[in-house]
Each structure stands twice: as C-alpha cells, then as structure tokens.
Design a binder for this molecule. Structure first.
Ligand code: THU
Length: 121
C-alpha cells in the first residue's frame, strides 16, 4: 500500500533542523511507485520536500503522470504544502492520501488545489 511505502521513505528523511520527518510515495497510472523524503540544508531555503523528491525521481525515471500520492509526517495528517501542490498539478495528480487520526484520509487533488495555474494558454 502506498502509505506503507511513504512510511518507509520517511525513515530516510534528512531533517536535522526541523526534526520534522516526511515521506511520500506516488504511483503512476501504469502502477510504478516512486518515493521521496524531505532533505534539509544548513541554508534552510534549499530544503526540498518529500513530495518534490518523489516527483523528480519519477521524472528522472522517465514517467510524467501521477495517479496518487501518499504522504506521512512526524505529525499527521501531513497534507502537501502549497509549493508541492503546484508541482503535483504539473503531472496531473488525481488523489492525495494521508495518515489521519482514525486511519487513512483521501482527497481528490482538485479539492486541494482548485483552479490550479496551468501556464500561459
Ligand atoms: N515538508 C515536506 O517534506 N512536505 C510538506 O508538504 C511540508 C513540509 C518538510 C520540509 C521541512 O524539511 C519540514 O517538512 C518542516 O517544514
């Protein structure tokens, strides 16, 4: 299950500054799974979120479409930040799954980022 892959990815988080560890796992429409964790930096602004690590890993492997992404954090639910939502929109993400207090919670991506910017016409 995608949440399990996200939990495993979170164990690799490099978060010595915030101590907030995040893991993400996304699936493509053809069933491939790519994972990511947050990677922080002494220059704080260079930090990259777990979701964007998963997306860049997917693209580097030759895929360009996201079906679903699961995210877990040190505190749950851990919904993707605004920057990550914009990056997820680029690749057509359809669903987002997080760990909730009573189990998994799922939302349609368009409910998390309505009217997403899609570039010049
Ligand atoms: N973080 C993520 O990895 N994903 C999010 O959607 C929100 C925040 C990370 C960035 C930083 O390393 C830590 O969580 C605290 O903000």
């Amino acid at each position: 299950m995608l949440l399990d892959a996200a939990r495993t990815a979170a164990t690799h988080a490099y978060a010595p500054y915030s101590r907030f560890e995040v893991g993400a796992a996304l699936s493509t429409p053809t069933g491939e799974v790519f994972t990511g964790c947050n990677v922080e930096n002494a220059s704080f602004g260079e930090t990259i979120c777990a979701e964007r690590v998963a997306v860049t890993t997917m693209v580097a492997a030759g895929h360009r479409s996201i079906d679903a992404i699961a995210v877990v954090g040190s505190t749950d639910p851990c919904w993707p930040c605004g920057a990550c939502r914009q990056v997820l929109a680029e690749f057509g993400c359809r669903r987002v799954i997080v760990d909730g207090p009573e189990g998994p919670m799922e939302m349609e991506f368009t409910d998390l980022l309505p009217h997403a910017f899609g570039g010049p016409a």
